[in-house]
Design a binder for this molecule. Sequence first.
Ligand SMILES: NC(=O)C1=CN([C@@H]2O[C@H](COP(=O)(O)OP(=O)(O)OC[C@H]3O[C@@H](n4cnc5c(N)ncnc54)[C@H](O)[C@@H]3O)[C@@H](O)[C@H]2O)C=CC1
Ligand SMILES: O=C(O)[C@H]1O[C@H](OP(=O)(O)OP(=O)(O)OC[C@H]2O[C@@H](n3ccc(=O)[nH]c3=O)[C@H](O)[C@@H]2O)[C@H](O)[C@@H](O)[C@@H]1O
Length: 433
Amino acid sequence: MKISVIGCGYLGAVHAACMAELGHEVIGVDVDQEKVDLLAAGRAPFHEPDFDDLLARGVASGRLSFTTDFAQVADATVHFIGVGTPQRADGRGADMRYVESAVDSLLPHLADQAVVVGKSTVPVGTADSLEPLVTGAGGILIWNPEFLRESFAVQDTLRPDRLVYGLSKDSDRAEQALAVLDEVYADIIEAGTPRLIMDFPTAELVKVSANSFLAMKISFINAMAEICDATGADVTKLAEAIGLDDRIGRKFLRAGIGYGGGCLPKDTLAFQARTEELGLNSLDFLTDVNAINERRRQRVVDLAVDELGGDVTGRRIAILGAAFKPNTDDTRESPALDIARRLEKLGADVVITDPAAGPVLAARDSAAPIAADAHEAVKDSAITLLLTEWDEFKSLDPATLNPAQKIIIDGRNAIDPTTWKQAGWTYYGMGRS
Ligand SMILES: NC(=O)C1=CN([C@@H]2O[C@H](COP(=O)(O)OP(=O)(O)OC[C@H]3O[C@@H](n4cnc5c(N)ncnc54)[C@H](O)[C@@H]3O)[C@@H](O)[C@H]2O)C=CC1
Ligand SMILES: O=C(O)[C@H]1O[C@H](OP(=O)(O)OP(=O)(O)OC[C@H]2O[C@@H](n3ccc(=O)[nH]c3=O)[C@H](O)[C@@H]2O)[C@H](O)[C@@H](O)[C@@H]1O
C-alpha cells in the first residue's frame, strides 16, 4: 500500500521506516529540509536503537523515501499525521499549529477516499473538529494514537502492546477507514496484537490518560522517596516490595530525579489545561504530580550545594548524562540539563558528558563544556552527579576516576552504593537516606 507519514521526528521517522519494513511503499514528509536530506540519504537524524539499520534498509529497498513536497503524496491511500504538538508558549495547552498546518498542506493533494490517520498526541475534541475538513476534501479520518517509548521505538512500533482505533460516528466511513488501517497493520494484527475500537474522543483520551498515569506512578514513588529520606527508609526496597503485588506492578517505580522528555511533562499539562477548558477540575491532582516532579530536581541541587559547604561558586561539578533517559539523544525537558542550569545559575562550573546527547549539545553551543567521557568529566571535580542511567555510567569502576573530591549523587539510584563506598566515595542516592 502507498503510505505517507507527515512529520518525520522521533515518532514519524520511525513509523515511516517501520511501515516500509512491513512492505509498504512509504513517503515521509517534513518541512525541515535538513532532516529530509539526512533521512533520504538513509542517515538517522537522531539516536534511536535499531532505527539506523531499518532506515538504511528501507531507503535501499526503494520503498522508503522522504520529501518536503506534499504534492508527491497525492497518490497515497493512507496519510499518517505525526507532527509535533509541543507546549504552547504560555506553558499549558498543546500548540496545535503544526497539526493545523500539516492538514492544510495535505488536503489539496488528498485522493478521493484517502484515509487520514491522526497519530500526534492532541487535546480531546481535535478529531471531531478536523473531521469536516478531511471529509470536505474527500478523505476519511481515523484516530490512531501512538504509545511508543523512545529508545524502544522500533520494537514498540512493530510489536505494540495494543492498537487503538478511534472511529468517526459516521458508520460507513468508519468501516472503510478501519478496513484500510487493518490492511496497513496486517502483520502486527496477525502477530496477536490486541486492537481496540472506540470513538474519536475515547481514543484521544486513552493516549493522554496513559501518559498521565505513568507520570502519576513516577511522582508517587518520588513522593515515597521524600518520605524515605525523612525517615531513614530505602525507596528502592519499598518499590520492590510494593511492585511485587501485581495489582501495582514493578514498572515505573524507579525513584530519582523525575520524568522528562518530549511527552510526559507536556502531555500532563496539556491534559489538565484541556480538562479545565471543559469546566472540570478532575485533574487537579496533576498539579501535585508536576510539583513533586519539579522538587526532585531541586533536591539534587540542594544536596550538591550542602555537600559543597553552601556555596558552589567556581566549583567544578561533573554531570553524567544529558538525555532525558538512556539510549536516546533527546534532551527535551531533560531533568539532567535542568539541574545543570540550576547549578550554573548558582555559579558552579558544570561539565557534562553523555554518550549520545553530548554531540547534540555541543552542536547547540551548550553553555557547559562537554566532556568526551565520564573520566574526563569527573577529573578534578568537587562533586559528581549521575543523572542519566546509561550502561556505561552504571558500569564505571569508581577506583579509576580522579575527582578532586570523591562525592557522588546518584540521581537515578543506578549504581551500587557499596562498591562506590568501598572505593572511598561518599554516596547519596534518592530516597535512600
Ligand atoms: N516522541 C515520542 O516518543 C512520541 C511522540 N508522540 C507524539 O507524536 C507527535 C510528534 O512527536 P515527536 O516525533 O517526538 O516530535 P518531533 O518534534 O521530533 O517531530 C515533529 C516533526 O514534525 C515536523 N513538522 C512540523 N510541522 C510540519 C508540517 N506542517 N508538515 C510536515 N512536518 C512538520 C517537524 O519538522 C519535526 O520533524 C507529538 O504529538 C508527540 O506528543 C506520541 C508517542 C511517542
Ligand atoms: O507519548 C509519548 O511520547 C511517550 O511517552 C513516554 O515515553 P518516553 O517519553 O519515551 O519515555 P519513558 O520511558 O516513559 O520515560 C519518561 C521519563 O520518566 C522517567 N522515569 C521512567 C520510569 C521510572 O520508573 N522512573 C522515571 O523517572 C524517565 O527517566 C524519563 O525521564 C511513554 O512511556 C510512552 O508510552 C509514550 O508513547
